[in-house]
Write a protein that binds this ligand. Structure first.
Ligand code: SF4
Length: 240
């Protein structure tokens, strides 16, 4: 059976690649190497989730690296902060190290669970993996694991794996927190708008109810006044 080194970014994203590579007849070994993840406890949570996934799917797991120093990582970006551009620089060392390790351990090919995520820059990953392949001589196996996106989510929930809220780096964490804050503010504004509308509607209903309640009295008052006028007219009539 051909052996493949599967770079894994986290537990949830590793599931479908492992399952479907096996379906194709590959024997995968997972390789957790993600020096981009910030902060340290987040790196540990993802590493632990990957360990859990490896146990549950009975796949060998290699690990390398440690939580990143965010200051050093930012400096290495050299001011390239836009998501598409910085992500390419983030894929590069991970693909290069995976390809090098695949060569050192005589794997038949390498690939990555990054190709499972709909949130990653798929083409840039393919280009960086191909580049690493050319550089090291290790074969890169391209697969579009995004096909099984929903299956992967369902399986990770079923296994109870930790599911992260941001891609990895400190910049993606800040972006995710800003998006979350924006969504919460929008939700709060919608809630306040709804409460105001409901209050206005309740006030309108109350006013109409009062009017309706007052209406018969008004009519009765008018009828009584009419009656009184008729009575007065009758009483004042000159005697014949
Ligand atoms: S957003 Fe994700 S892929 Fe892009 S640089 Fe940050 S950690 Fe890397």
């Amino acid at each position: 059976m051909p052996r493949i080194l599967l770079h894994v970014c986290c537990g949830p994203c590793s599931l479908m690649p492992i399952v479907h590579l096996r379906d194709e007849g590959w024997e995968p070994t997972a390789f957790f190497f993600n020096p981009n993840i910030h902060p340290a406890d987040e790196w540990q949570k993802r590493r632990d989730a990957m360990r859990e996934a490896a146990v549950r799917l009975n796949v060998p797991l290699l690990e390398e690296g440690a939580p990143v120093n965010p200051g050093r990582w930012s400096r290495e970006l050299n001011g390239i902060l836009r998501p598409g551009e910085r992500c390419r620089l983030c894929y590069r060392p991970r693909m290069e190290r995976t390809a090098a390790l695949a060569g050192e351990h005589h794997f038949d090919a390498f690939t990555t669970s990054l190709l499972y995520s709909r949130y990653q820059h798929h083409e840039a990953i393919v280009e960086e993996a191909t580049r690493a392949s050319v550089k090291t001589g290790a074969s890169f196996l391209y697969r579009d694991f995004r096909t099984w996106w929903w299956d992967g989510i369902a399986m990770s929930k079923k296994l109870g794996l930790y599911r992260q809220k941001w891609c990895g780096c400190i910049l993606s964490m800040k972006e995710a927190l800003a998006q979350q804050k924006e969504a919460e503010e929008k939700k709060a504004a919608q809630k306040a708008e709804r409460a105001e509308r409901l209050a206005k509607e309740a006030e309108e209903r109350r006013r109409r109810k009062e009017e309706a309640a007052a209406h018969p009295n008004k009519r009765a008052r008018k009828a009584l006044a009419r009656q009184a006028m008729q009575n007065a007219a009758t009483n004042k009539a000159p005697l014949p």
